[in-house]
Design a protein around this ligand. Structure first.
Ligand code: ZN
Length: 451
C-alpha cells in the first residue's frame, strides 16, 4: 500500500534566497552544545527568528546574536519585540567610588549596546541611580554630610569614571528620588489587584499570590529566607507580614528622608524602583534586563513579581536576563560592603582606558573575574601591541571576510569578548587587505573600545 509522504514544515534553506522580500518565520531551534539544553516550556519562551528581515538588513542568518538568558538557563537568539530594542540595567547606589566590579558589569552592557548599534539595531538603554537607600543614609550619618550631597558627589564621580572608560552612556538615567510618584502608583495598582497588603509597618507584596515567584533564581523558600536574613535590610523588615519572603513595596518610617503616600509617610522599597522606572522609561515588557549576578535574588526576582502582577500576568517582563558574574579580589567578592575594592580611578593613573577595557573584557562575563595585577600589566602591553598593528588607518564598514567573521562570531556567541579580542590580535598581526584591516579596526574601536 502506498502512503502519501508526510507533509512537514519546509526546512529547505534555499527558500530564504527566494523569499527575501517576504517575511518568513521558522521555529527557532536551540543550538546543541554546552549550556543549550533547555527547551522552551511555554509559548512566551518560544523564540522566532525572522531570517528574511535579518537578511534585508545585511545580516547573514548566522549573524544573529545569541545571548544567555538566566531565567531560561540557556542561550537564545536575541530578537527585540519592537523596532527599538530596550535594555534596562540596574545601576549604582552612589555612596562610594567606582570599583573594577562596577566597571566590568557596565562595560559588558556597553559592548552589548555597541554590538547591536554598530549593525543598525536601534536601542534605548536606561540605567538607574538609587540615590536614596539605607546604605547612603548610613554613610552620610557616619561622615556627617547630607545624604543628598553625598549621593550627588558620588554620582558625579561615578559618571566621570565611566566616561573615562568611554562608556556608551545610557539614554535615560532615572533617579529614584525623582520617580517616587510612579512607584506609589505601582504600589497602589498592586494593592488594588490584590497582590499587596498593608501592615502597620508598610505595604508588602504577597508572594503567595504570584505563582511564578522563584522562576528566575530557582531558589527554595528556605534559601530565600537565608539570603534575606543575611542582608542589612532584614532588620528593617516587618514581623507582621504574611510570609518571611514577602517584600516591602513601601515602608512607613519617620526618620530620615520620607515622602507622603496613600499608605502614610515613608520610603519605597528598593525593588519597586526598578519596576516603576523600567516601565516609565522603556515600557513593558523589555528586551534585556541586566545587572550583577548578586541581584538575581531578591532584587530581580521581586521586580518580576511586581511588574508581571501589575501588567496582568500574561506577558513576561523580560526577554533576556543578563547577569554578570562577580569581580573577586584574593578569592573574595569585590564589594563596597566588604571594603575590598580596587578603584577605576586608581587603575587609570597607571594604565590607559583601552588597556583597562581590554583587561576587564578578557574574561567571559558569566565567569567570576579574579583581579590580577600581572594580567593588568600584560593587558597594557597587549593594548599597545594592538595599537601598533591596527591603530593607524581608516575605519571601514564591517566586512564579510573570514577574519571579521571570526571576531564578530565570538561576540555573537553570547558575548565572548575574550575570544573576540584574541581573534583580533591574531588577525591584526597578519597581512590582510586594507578593507579587512579597516573592518577589524571598526570592531576594535566601535564595539570593544580597546583601540
Ligand atoms: Zn534594579
Amino acid at each position: 500500500m502506498d502512503l502519501p509522504e508526510r507533509v512537514g514544515p519546509r526546512r529547505d534553506p534555499t527558500s530564504f534566497e527566494l523569499g527575501a522580500d517576504r517575511v518568513q518565520y521558522l521555529p527557532f531551534v536551540i543550538r546543541r552544545g554546552r549550556g543549550r539544553r533547555d527547551t522552551p516550556k511555554d509559548r512566551e519562551d518560544f523564540v522566532w527568528i525572522d531570517r528574511a528581515r535579518h537578511r534585508a538588513r545585511g545580516y547573514r542568518p548566522s549573524q544573529v546574536l545569541w545571548l544567555y538568558d538566566t531565567r531560561r538557563r540557556g542561550t537564545f537568539a536575541f530578537q527585540p519585540r519592537t523596532r527599538v530594542a530596550t535594555m534596562y540595567v540596574c545601576g549604582v547606589t552612589p555612596y562610594d567610588t567606582t570599583h573594577l566590579g562596577h566597571a566590568r558589569t557596565f562595560l559588558v552592557f556597553d559592548v552589548l549596546a555597541r554590538l547591536l548599534e554598530v549593525r543598525g539595531q536601534r536601542l534605548r538603554y536606561a540605567q538607574n541611580i538609587t540615590d536614596v537607600d539605607e546604605s547612603i543614609l548610613q554613610r552620610a550619618a557616619r561622615d556627617k554630610v547630607s545624604w543628598r550631597a553625598l549621593g550627588r558627589r558620588e554620582e558625579r564621580a561615578f559618571l566621570r569614571d565611566m566616561k573615562a572608560l568611554d562608556w556608551r552612556k545610557p539614554d535615560a538615567i532615572p533617579h529614584a528620588t525623582r520617580e517616587i510618584p510612579a512607584m506609589i502608583k505601582l504600589a497602589e495598582r498592586l494593592r488594588r489587584r490584590g497582590f499587596a497588603y498593608e501592615t502597620p509597618g508598610g505595604v508588602y507584596f504577597d508572594v503567595a499570590k504570584f505563582p511564578r515567584f522563584g522562576q528566575l533564581s530557582r531558589f527554595s523558600k528556605a534559601k530565600m529566607q537565608r539570603i534575606l536574613a543575611s542582608q542589612d535590610d532584614a532588620r528593617l523588615d516587618d514581623p507582621t507580614r504574611r510570609s518571611p519572603i514577602d517584600f516591602a513595596l513601601w515602608r512607613r518610617v519617620s526618620d530620615g528622608p520620607t515622602w507622603p503616600s496613600p499608605f502614610g509617610r515613608g520610603r519605597p522599597g528598593w525593588h519597586l524602583e526598578c519596576s516603576a522606572m523600567s516601565a516609565r522609561h522603556l515600557g513593558f515588557p523589555i528586551d534585556i534586563h541586566g545587572g550583577g549576578s548578586d541581584l538575581i535574588y531578591p532584587h530581580h526576582e521581586s521586580e518580576i513579581a511586581q511588574s508581571e502582577a501589575a501588567h496582568g500576568l500574561r506577558k513576561r517582563f523580560v526577554g533576556h536576563w543578563v547577569h554578570v558574574a562577580p569581580m573577586r579580589l584574593g578569592g573574595a567578592k569585590m564589594s563596597k560592603s566588604d571594603g575590598n575594592m580596587v578603584f577605576v580611578r586608581e587603575v587609570l593613573k597607571k594604565t590607559t582606558p583601552q588597556a583597562l577595557r581590554l583587561y576587564l573584557l578578557d574574561v567571559h562575563y558569566r565567569r567570576p573575574f579574579d583581579h590580577d595585577e600581572e594580567r593588568l600589566d600584560r593587558a597594557r602591553e597587549r593594548a599597545e601591541a594592538l595599537g601598533r598593528s591596527l591603530g593607524r588607518g581608516r575605519l571601514g564598514p564591517i566586512e564579510r571576510d573570514a577574519s571579521t567573521q571570526e571576531v564578530l562570531g565570538a561576540l555573537d556567541d553570547d558575548l565572548h569578548a575574550e575570544r573576540a579580542i584574541r581573534a583580533l590580535e591574531k588577525h591584526a598581526r597578519r597581512d590582510l587587505s586594507p578593507d579587512s584591516m579597516a573592518s577589524l579596526r571598526t570592531i576594535a574601536r566601535k564595539v570593544l573600545g580597546i583601540l
